[in-house]
Ligand binder design. Sequence first.
Ligand code: SF4
Length: 332
Amino acid sequence: MTETPLIKIEKLQVEFPLGRTLFGKPLKLRAVNNVSLEIMSGQFFGLVGESGSGKTTLGRAILRAAPLSSGKINFDDGDVRYDVGSISKSDLKNYRKLAQLIFQDPYAALSPRMTVRDIIAEPLEVMGLTKTREETDKLVREIAAKCRLNLEHLRRFPHAFSGGQRQRISIARTLVCSPDFVVADESVAALDVSIQADILNLLKSLQKELGLTYLFISHDLSVVAHICDHVAVMYLGTLVESAPTSDLFTNPRHPYTRALLSAIPSLNPDDRGHAQKLEGEIPSPANPPSGCTFHTRCPMAKDICRTEIPQWRKLNDKHSVSCHFSEDLPKT
Ligand code: SF4
């Protein structure tokens, strides 16, 4: 990992129109609200939070698959630099080659009518990255081998494979265009636990071999602890904490992060029963609470939390948080 940001996000907002009120006022759902972060080149960056926290929308916005309402996303791999929000059509084609997505569900992501060879070759053909069938086949064979698929697998159809093998096919299709940056959105959530470890190890070894940078989106903190260098926590469209993985897990400074961490199942019987239960559901992003959006569920909430939005501030060089009282939290 380097200290050079590959992706730099500043004050990003992503909103979706929801129609109008009775009085004609436009209604909007703010899925991502004022998010700033940096993903370093070669980093395994984890993004966690409950369903509806905006993680997937943030990942899609970086890939330019969700509209940016305001703010900036810069991509800079040393050779090319893109302002993703105002990228031209011709640059977008090149950007799509450099920034790719691994789909969540390996069963739904692969066409049952195409052979594995054709599935992996499809991005090369759609983007016109190869000139001859021989050239395409060579790249398909190379990435299939890296993803631990046999050459004989390339002639078969997806239904002949297990969930883990399908995810390896899906990963090979993502990586065949040699991207720099990959969004892995809940990429192991649909797999059995025994297969998850195999796919996580594959992602990690491919990172080293191909020099990849990942945004790893997950609701599973034990998986994130195992694989990520740095973790950011989202709640209701905003970032609430961001820190190197070991720092976040040993010294969480936001009540929401603490609640998520305390809910991780433990094998130690003495640790059981200490889960800090979060009361209530995550509020609607169409009508978020005032002040700190977590105040409706926060066990530490005080009057100021209901009216004043906490600032995003640095606790040290790499650990940032948005809570009025993070210094007052008891030691873990
Ligand atoms: Fe809880 Fe207040 Fe901190 Fe928000 S600002 S997390 S409500 S203590």
